[in-house]
Design a protein around this ligand. Structure first.
Ligand SMILES: Cc1cc2nc3c(=O)[nH]c(=O)nc-3n(C[C@H](O)[C@H](O)[C@H](O)COP(=O)(O)O)c2cc1C
Length: 185
């Protein structure tokens, strides 16, 4: 079985990436094949709205989004971990979501999705908006949303690595991973 992890932050080594790594640990133990795509490592242009993809099942823009289209076909489940930016997903992740529109023979249909969101605020930071945006993306793609301990995983952390001082949140990310494995079974 194959799991695709996408870290939505443009900041390398950020809290989203650390939480994603924790969520992927159970897949290693369960002998799944893990593929990670860090949006801090790739360059993905935003959708231009040309709609030339309609009926063609491919986007006219040639960039790193090709790696994500390929990974969508390859995976059995997806975990997206993202920071809150202005109480929403960062532009880099929104570009991935919008560019998925090109896939009409939907490669994610019937697959499972888990979600993690981190923001610096402890109240009103928009982490639940981020969960909703990603869950809506999953549902619009014909996927099934898998909960963690309770809904998606939300966390409060600011500077890169701050989340490492919160073992409970890291464990919640692992629980999300374990739930995906058990739902897949
Ligand atoms: C442009 C920008 C917008 C942000 N907006 C929010 C926000 O709306 N709510 C919040 O709680 N934190 C906000 N933050 C803080 C980040 O979500 C927080 O630092 C998070 O830990 C970053 O995740 P990362 O380490 O994975 O990059 C913002 C940070 C930046 C750079």
């Amino acid at each position: 079985m194959n799991i695709l992890g996408i870290s939505g932050t443009p900041r390398k080594g950020g809290n989203s990436e650390i939480l994603l790594n924790a969520a992927l640990e159970p897949f290693d133990e369960a002998k799944w094949t893990i593929r990670k795509i860090l949006l801090s490592d790739v360059k993905i242009e935003p959708c231009t709205g040309c709609e030339t993809c309609v009926g063609r099942n491919e986007c006219h823009i040639s960039d790193d989004m090709g790696k994500i289209y390929e990974a969508y076909n390859w995976c059995d489940a997806v975990i997206i971990s993202s920071p809150a930016y202005y109480r929403n997903v960062p532009a880099q992740l929104k570009a991935v979501i919008d560019r998925t529109f090109a896939m009409k023979d939907h490669p994610l249909k019937g697959k499972l999705g888990g979600t993690i969101s981190v923001g610096r605020s402890t109240s009103g930071g928009g982490q639940t908006n981020v969960l909703n945006a990603i869950h809506n993306f999953y549902l619009s793609s014909g996927m099934l949303c898998v909960p963690g301990e309770l809904n998606g995983v939300t966390a409060s952390a600011d500077k890169p690595g701050d989340i490492l001082t919160q073992p409970h949140r890291l464990e919640q990310a692992r629980i999300l991973g374990r739930n995906i494995i058990s739902y897949c079974r």
